[in-house]
Design a protein around this ligand. Sequence first.
Ligand code: 5AD
Ligand code: SF4
Length: 463
Amino acid sequence: MTQMKVHIKSFGCQMNRLDTALVRSSLQQVGLCLTDSVKDADIVLINTCSVREHAEQRVISHLGHLKHIRKSRPDIVVGVIGCMAQRLGEKLLEHEAVDIVCGPTQIPQIAKLVADIFVSRKKEIAVTEKILKKTTQKQNLALEEFESVFSREDENIPGQAYVRVMRGCNNFCTYCIVPYVRGPEVCRPPGAIIEQIKRLADNGIKQVTLLGQTVNSYEYKQGEKTWSLADLLAAASDIDGIEWLKFVTSYPSEEFFDDIMHIMAASEKVCSYLHIPAQSGSDKILRAMNRRYDSRQYLELLERAREIVPGIAIAGDFIVGFPGETEEDFRATVELTKKAEYRNAFIFKYSPRPDTSADKKLPDTVPAEIKQKRNVELLAVQEKISERLSRNFLGKQVKVMVEGLSKKSHIDSTGGNPQLVARTATDYIVVFNGPESLAGHFVEVKIINTSPLTLFGELVHEY
Ligand code: 5AD
Ligand code: SF4
């Protein structure tokens, strides 16, 4: 298979992005080379997301395109991996364009599935039959090995890497597909996580983002000691070479919360950024979502975070138009958004997901136009807050980690340098002109202009 070329397209969250990176390096190890173009590819893999219907529709339309390509290139192999593969299984395999279906738990087998198909020329499927059951010891070991062998720098962001601390989720928020596609929660052993971060640091990684669906509920019993996320962050802070540590996504819960905030305050390396979705500001809707807090408890957590870590930046997620959400419920969400003072909020329209208990028990009653109207209104409320918070940066100097060329990169007529995109420790996006060679490095930037979601600056100095 030496000359075979593989193209991988990735949808979805950071978990998926990490899976894509692992798959990519596992395929390179067996001699495949990567290509950015579907036209050149012998194998096309799509890593999929099921969190909203829209994400799945994008994949289906992509498969339609591949079906068309296949008419002129019948030998091309197409694999669907990830959450949608697990959700739809055999049904996806029936799609004319699809040869391989591989769930998130089976990604360590991907190189073998690809190799097998070139021999057998038969469709291949690897998904978990009973996804709600605990993963087996054998599966966990395979995933552990896959994770540690193929972990490396994020392909698009030099100097940075994602490290998973847990897989799956046990929360069963009534709207959410995750437990049905990624299975029950499994926390990785702290030793393996720390070793992995050390190796990444030895290879020049400066920023690590710890990943988990509810990353703050990480818990691992080892002898007498129970490791929490705070312990992981403390241990990772001791690793030479690692300069910034971030973690996503947090669940609003008391458990370990103060410990995590205290290590954030104490360690210069743990970035003062907390992504902690509220989902709704209405207590009635929070109960219907099976979230285990009310709006008052949620706001108290934010208050404590701000007391312990002055200057912390907080981001949130909301779902608008959840079944039964009245105008009054939505007003409560607007109120909570105003009080929360997020630096940024991600707002989604409720999308019923098959198998989830909301979909089974609660009809999708809020009309599409109302969902849209609430989405637009909440975005506007948040934009005002973001704009005000961004403006505080005017004239200030901030340390940023440079990610690379800005997507809308253009050459500045004065300096001749391209536009770069970077992030602050508090996850603000900063755009400035500078040499591309700064990607993966820390620099100091002076902020000269702001918009709600982006700060614009001038390079002051490199570190
Ligand atoms: N519909 C709309 N948004 C959803 N999310 C999760 N499930 C759904 C759904 N069924 C949102 C939540 C979560 C983010 C990753 O996606 O806000 O925090
Ligand atoms: Fe990530 Fe959830 Fe989408 Fe899977 S379904 S890719 S876990 S957001």
